[in-house]
Design a protein around this ligand. Structure first.
Ligand SMILES: C[C@@]1(CC(=O)O)C2=NC(=C\c3[nH]c(c(CCC(=O)O)c3CC(=O)O)Cc3[nH]c(c(CC(=O)O)c3CCC(=O)O)/C=C3\N/C(=C\2)[C@@H](CCC(=O)O)[C@]3(C)CC(=O)O)/[C@H]1CCC(=O)O
Ligand SMILES: NC(=O)c1ccc[n+]([C@@H]2O[C@H](COP(=O)([O-])OP(=O)(O)OC[C@H]3O[C@@H](n4cnc5c(N)ncnc54)[C@H](O)[C@@H]3O)[C@@H](O)[C@H]2O)c1
Length: 226
């Protein structure tokens, strides 16, 4: 398994199965993609998300619900209808999940099977546990071996990367500023490395962005001997 970050903007994700797993997967993709859930019944959270018309930048419901229970042989037609970039197999019917997998693979559509772990067909993807502090994103997988461990590790990392989003913005800014000032690449790299590793800057960020930036400037002055 090779981890990648994929941009689903403007794409469709179709989730087969509207139970608790289908609801979690749909929610995971609805910020970026148009999400359609095909199922004969829907977890109550899905009704709430489907009603949340602000979530999609005001452009219609975040999640569309289609009430249907396709048989295995009909799954391909549903994929042709929605032309998704990713299909998620989250029904409680292994034959239907299997059909989602093979119909998707036939069409070159990425597929996530939620009801199997371990070895899978080429072209299928695992959905990792994720922690986000925009623009920083951490994704973690146990290769399908232990989703419960993935969740437990995700909770640890959540605490660990508190403030990382702001740190990314500040250190990115500093990098650009030092470049513009013509600071030699070696010095510039050292300054940025010291900032992202500085306990003082991380601590100051807890109080707010400007405190973090101020502390970072002190670190830079030291490195540049100014
Ligand atoms: C990370 C996360 C993302 C997400 O789903 O959004 C995710 N599972 C999460 C939680 C979770 N899932 C399960 C439990 C109960 C405890 C347990 O059984 O261990 C818990 C924990 C809980 O709920 O507390 C049960 C379970 N999961 C799978 C099976 C099928 C099987 O193993 O055969 C069964 C058994 C069903 C049964 O036997 O009934 C399969 C998969 N689940 C995966 C991802 C993929 C591998 C990820 C990896 O490589 O680690 C994979 C292979 C396929 C996929 O879905 O992509 C999400 C954490 C979200 C978070 O961060 O909180
Ligand atoms: N990946 C994970 O993290 C994870 C966690 C728990 C369970 N699972 C597995 O995922 C599957 C779903 O789990 P769940 O807890 O959401 O189950 P669930 O029973 O709550 O939901 C299954 C949904 O599939 C729908 N469905 C049934 N036949 C269908 C069809 N032909 N087409 C479309 N939808 C159909 C049902 O109406 C229901 O809404 C199970 O097979 C389970 O083994 C995976």
């Amino acid at each position: 398994m090779t981890p990648l970050y994929h941009d689903f903007a403007g794409e469709t994700v179709v989730v087969f199965g509207g139970g608790s797993v289908g609801a979690r997967k749909a929610r995971g993709f609805d910020d970026a993609a148009r999400v359609v859930v095909v199922s004969p019944a829907f977890d109550e959270r899905l009704h709430e998300f489907a009603d949340d018309t602000d979530a999609n930048g005001g452009e219609g419901p975040a999640i569309e619900l289609v009430r249907a229970a396709p048989e295995a042989a009909a799954v391909g037609d549903w994929l042709d209808r929605f032309d998704p970039a990713l299909a998620v197999a989250a029904t409680d019917d292994a034959a239907v999940n299997g059909a989602v997998e093979s119909a998707a693979l036939d069409r070159g559509v990425l597929v996530n099977r939620t009801d199997v772990s371990g070895e899978r067909d080429p072209g299928s993807v695992v959905v990792p546990a994720t922690v986000e502090d925009d623009p920083v994103a951490v994704a973690l997988s146990t290769g399908g071996t232990s989703p419960a461990l993935a969740k437990a590790l995700r909770e640890r990392i959540e605490a660990e990367i508190d403030g990382a989003g702001e740190m990314a913005r500040i250190s990115g800014e500093i990098r650009e500023e030092l470049k513009a000032e013509g600071v030699a690449p070696e010095k510039r790299r050292e300054a940025v490395r010291r900032v992202v590793r500085s306990r003082g800057v991380w601590k100051a960020l807890q109080k707010g962005r400007s405190y973090g930036r101020q502390e970072a400037d002190t670190v830079i002055e030291e490195v540049l001997d100014r």
